[in-house]
Design a protein around this ligand. Structure first.
Ligand code: ADP
Ligand code: MG
Length: 540
């Protein structure tokens, strides 16, 4: 503490050197250990209860970390890592967290042997570069026309998720949906996941989940006498009320004779009539209105055989505008038929207790919706997480079609090659590279542990297998507990996932090893006073 108290506020706590490092490592390892048991097909779920008592049962690491509140600054860093991976990758989060925990544990062992953090930092950085080039050399290129491979990748991702018997279906829907929206940009495939709308509705079973070629709107047709199916839809997207407006400001209207009331009412009715006439003139046969549609307008529209839906969310109106290529109309008087959007079919469907509108085969063929069904709220929410996970995985593989064998095969092979590499290095960093290589084995170890398989025995067998010719694709299939060729088993995954998981785990470990002091400002302290705008002006 020498020298420091002079510049720090009273109550500020500082921790130095190995104390700070040990604390940071323990905090991260605590999180990493907590999510370990969720890893892989036999991972267990966690039951989360939020502050208002809502229960979520999931094995989805990012949902778990979203719910738990961590205090420790280093633990917060790992939560941030998980959030950023979830946002940018959407899979491999548990893998990254487990690897980070193990890299830190192995690094700490070296520090306990009096090896300077800088040696670990340099060794780990070099090991990462080497690991990435090994992963690249192990990666196999596929084409997105290879439906069997895409299916295997989807199933591998879903193996570790709750799918309530609908694994195949969810895999097929995810592949279908992604392939419908793939775009070519500079000869590369590009996926905009915003084009896939994932909706959920309680009722039926997960097996009844379906993909709709178009947009789904969670509303119903406003009037019983309106058609419930329109083929060759011409769609008016209206952001204007179709009702007799109530005056929004106080006015005194002096009415001296009863006829004036009637004519006043007529005036308003005429306005509605002329709006409806105008809409019908453009050839519209479907209306999606962001505002209200009153009884008179409903009757008039029904008489003209126009289907209408009211009080649409602004975001849905925008979605419809993109999908149907229709303009959002604010000024009905000046609307033109060119403003109408088009779709092959608009239908009202009874979904469970509710009705929903399907706008199918839109002008923009890239608009896709997936409607997740399931008996309870828990099931559909859990299935939605699983489905979004597999969508991300298929997006990754379509954008970068390189695969690795799963079940720990790629990790054990990278570990083996790194270990070999470390022996060829003279400097003290070689020991850090070796510890890095050891850390990679935590992946098959965790898969085994979570499946009740003897982990040490498995590692010995896997290492031996990887020393054989063509042994590099062997991993553990936790379903039959056998060491097998993962490519033949169809347990394959995008290369990018391991690359990103490993590099973010290393990045986090390096950050931690670089910290040699933790300075925490006392709770409730506001820190030094910043000059206010006024102070600055005064100075000027
Ligand atoms: P993450 O959050 O890192 O994606 P998961 O819980 O999804 O973690 O588990 C992914 C791991 O599960 C991958 O390493 C993958 O190879 C493995 N896996 C999937 N299916 C099998 C299987 N049948 N046998 C062994 N491992 C599998
Ligand atoms: Mg996964």
């Amino acid at each position: 503490m020498i020298g420091i108290p002079i510049i720090l506020k009273e109550g500020t706590k500082t921790e130095e050197g190995s104390v700070a490092l040990n604390e940071n490592i323990s905090a991260i390892r605590a999180i990493s250990e907590a999510v370990k048991s969720t890893f892989g097909p036999n991972g267990l779920n966690k039951m989360l209860v939020d502050s208002i008592g809502e229960v979520t049962i999931t094995n989805d690491t990012s949902s778990i970390l979203d719910e738990i509140e961590v205090e420790h600054p280093a633990a917060k860093m790992i939560v941030e890592l998980s959030k950023s991976l979830n946002k940018n990758l959407g899979d491999g989060i548990t893998k990254a967290l487990i690897l980070a925990g193990e890299l830190l544990k192995n690094g700490k062992d070296l520090i306990d042997q009096k090896i300077h953090p800088n040696i670990i930092i340099n060794g780990y950085s070099k090991a990462l570069n080497k690991a990435i080039s090994v992963i690249d050399s192990l990666s196999e290129q596929i084409t997105i026309d290879d439906k069997d491979k895409l299916k295997n990748i989807a199933i591998t991702a879903l193996n570790s998720k709750s799918t309530y018997g609908a694994k195949e279906l969810l895999a097929n829907i995810a592949i279908d949906a992604i392939l419908k929206i793939v775009e070519k940009r500079d000869k590369r495939n590009y996926i905009d996941l915003d084009l896939i709308q994932v909706m959920k509705k309680e009722g039926e079973q997960l097996q009844d989940t379906k993909i709709v070629d178009g947009v789904i709107i969670d509303k119903e047709v406003v009037h019983n006498n309106m058609p419930k199916i329109i083929n060759g839809a011409k769609i008016a997207l209206i952001n204007h009320s179709l009702e007799i407006t109530k005056t929004e400001f106080d006015t005194d209207i002096k009415i001296t004779n009863p006829n004036q009331i009637i004519s006043f009412k007529h005036e308003e009715e005429n306005m509605i009539k002329s709006m409806i006439e105008k809409i019908a003139e453009t050839g519209a046969n479907v209306i999606f209105c962001q505002k209200g549609i009153d009884d008179l307008a409903q009757d008039l529209l029904a008489n003209k055989g126009i289907m209408a839906v009211r009080r649409i969310k602004r975001s849905d109106l925008i979605k419809l505008s993109k999908a149907t290529h229709g303009n959002i109309i604010v000024d009905i008087k000046n609307m033109r038929s060119e403003d109408l959007g088009t779709a092959e079919k608009v239908t009202e469907h009874q979904i469970g207790k509710d009705k929903m509108i399907f706008v199918e085969k839109c002008k923009n063929p890239n608009s896709i919706s997936v409607l997740i069904r399931g008996g309870t709220k828990h099931i559909i929410e859990d299935a939605e997480r699983s489905f979004k996970n597999v969508l991300n995985v298929i997006k990754i593989i379509v954008e970068t079609p390189l695969i690795l064998p799963g079940g720990g095969a790629a990790e054990i092979e990278t570990s083996k090659q790194l270990r070999k590499h470390s022996h060829s290095i003279d400097s003290r960093e070689s020991i850090a590279i070796e510890q890095f290589a050891n850390a990679l084995e935590i992946i098959p170890i965790t898969l085994a542990e979570n499946s009740g398989i003897d982990a040490m025995g498995l590692i010995t067998e896997l290492r031996a297998k990887h020393d054989e010719i063509e042994g590099h694709t062997y991993g553990i299939n936790v379903y039959n507990k056998q060491i097998l060729n993962m490519n033949k088993e169809g347990i394959i995954e995008p290369s990018i996932i391991l690359k990103k998981a490993l590099s973010s785990a290393v990045e986090l470990s390096l950050m931690i090893f670089k910290v040699d002091r933790v300075v925490s400002v006392a709770k409730g302290s506001t820190g030094p006073k910043m000059p206010s705008k006024k102070d600055e002006e005064d100075i000027d």
